[in-house]
Ligand binder design. Sequence first.
Ligand code: SF4
Length: 340
Amino acid sequence: MIVLSGLNLNGIEKITDVLKASKFRARQIHNWIYLKSVKTIDEMTDLSVKFREELKKIAVVTDTKIKVKQESSDGTLKYLLEYPDGECVETVLMRFDNRANLTACVSSQVGCAVNCSFCATGKRGFIRNLTYKEIIEQVLTIQRDTGLKVTNVVFMGQGEPLLNLDNVLMAMKIFNENFQIGARRITISTSGIIPGIEKLASVDMQSTLALSLHAPNHEIRKKLMQIENKYPMSELKKALKDYIAKTGRRITIEYLLIKDLNDTLESVKELVAYLHDLKCNINLIPYNSTEKNDYQKPSGNSIMRFKSLLEQSGKKVTVRLERGSDIDAACGQLRGKVDV
Ligand code: SF4
């Protein structure tokens, strides 16, 4: 069976050619998949019943199942999706600004090889890359399930997107062209894969780059993220400066604030020194405790002190709103609950 989700207009035209239907039919099917987010071919009501019956003999809308769905009291939705081979990933829908901004947080891999010490996904190790179709299927599933139109996509779910860059780039192109999501509304978050950052700098796509820095110096970063051994902060900075120079775009620095580890006065000073000549905004993420490690969330006072000291350096600093904390909507946590 052909899966319609993930096909571009050319791909759908090949099917309508086989069925000896016009290119206009292909355009109608394309709209039903991407803009109206139907679950079945029967819902494509501007196609004749006879044509729908023929189409159903060779194609389905999707082959991905919702295995678990959780809804937070703040409206965040979290899905565990199952692909035909039985592998699962999670996808989250966050709603901001009275729902005008619907952000899908998508996964790019099953498991992850980077193994950051604070992340449940990393504990599983790497299983496989997702295809671009499996990536976009996550957003389609959200749209089909909610009837809402996703406006922003962030690659901050399971996996390291820059280690699956070809599929991620293809998915971004389809988000942009088929879903009509502006490239600036698509963010790739990386743990700091330097060759991937270099490649991204040379791609003609106005997306946003977010770096999970999480530490003010090499020693603390090594404790939190093994990737620091391979791509240390000193080299990372050079890659980021090159990226900014080539693209002209401001990057986002993600900084997970962990009590007594990287939230001290000394840490702020080191962080300011590291970032002083980088065109960036900073997003502070208070650590969301899990059962699987000893890291703790800093107090509200400590978070505000860290933020205000950083702001004195002239950078724009935000503290990430906690979303879905009552449904384990932090990286990798739902997957861990179901499987372990
Ligand atoms: S935080 Fe991201 S890069 Fe690190 S192990 Fe988890 S999924 Fe991989």
